[in-house]
Design a protein. Sequence first.
Length: 438
Amino acid sequence: MSYRQQSPSTIHSSPSSSGLSEKLTKKLKILAEAAKYDASCSSSGGSRKRQKGGMGNSEGMGICHSYTPDGRCVSLLKILLTNFCIYDCKFCVNRISSDVPRAAFLPEEIVSLTLEFYRRNYIEGLFLSSGIMKSSDSTMESLILVAKKLRKEHRFNGYIHLKVVAGASDELIHEAGLWADRVSANIEMPQQGDLDLLAPGKKISEATKSMEGIKEKTLEYKRDQKFLKSTPRFAPAGQTTQMVVGASQSEDLTILTSSENLYNRFQLRRVYYSAYSPIPKADSLLPTTKPSLIRENRLYQADWLLRFYGFKSSELLSRNKPNLDLDIDPKTAWALSQRQFFPVDINRADKESLLRVPGLGAKTVQKILQLRRVKAITMDDLKKMYAVMKRARYFVLTSDYNPYLVWLDRLQLEDFLKPQQQQLSLFNSMDGTLSGSL
């Protein structure tokens, strides 16, 4: 089995096989395991070229990933600086009241690990987060020191993703963006009431303040680059955040509305949704069973519709129907409730209407717009464009196909569904996966 196929706990079980000391291997095992609950590990958007005499190149590639037994996507060097934490978030295995084994890296140790693993072709970059030690600023300083040493002392141009600690100073957030390709401040919950109940001491306003600072600096550096080519890049792969799903009673409408607001206000690249994983000796306020991963997948699909298909959260959900359907994808569910909108004429409809047809992804729609300039599009043409005909055929008109639209009742929806394992594999953390399937 290759290194890229192994989980972190398997990879680091033998000090002699990895060339690491027993002490460092123990730290790595604890802190790689502790990092798996952070879902926002995509490296897409980074584009750093290798410098002469330097090492690393994130241009056109992402971090290598492994998969944990519970199906989460984990970077092969996705670790915490420490799992010590001053907060007592009830949904977090690293909360201060937890009795999990604790460990902490020195910044120099993470630098050494990153370089060593990169030389062995084990990794493409570093995803670094941390529990909060002493204060937000002191933790942020240590995270920045790792990235700064890699960039300046070792001329490392691989991908680096740094967590921005909510409540850290504007100066430190600014510095983090200069050394990292991507930064992220986790909002954790969609509304403050959830945090008050499950994460006392944390404020959504602190996370959004950090997001606002990142946005302002990003725009400032982009403006400066137009006039001065030597202007450094600030977080060129943008910023992301994460919400834990299923730990609180918040409905999907609340979650998607919160995400929509974050996209509009802070120009986030992604909001990641992480299904709550039950933890040992959990608080009685938390669910005892693991929420459905299908719900997590449906939220990702709905999020994709918000970002790339022109939908609004209020179109997908309402107070009368506040949760996404687990049996059917959100675009098809919307289409079934909007009979008056269909069928859509493939040869005449505008781009916005085409994007709302189930089975037509953004790339397929672009191909339709290009092809219909020179010929009338047929059903066979749609198949060649990789439209998902199993769904699309109910909602389209083509030059050779003019159906009486079949509207199915609840008991006949099996034709739209995929086996559960395919549902769960529809999404992974790399941008673009779903663009051709909705």
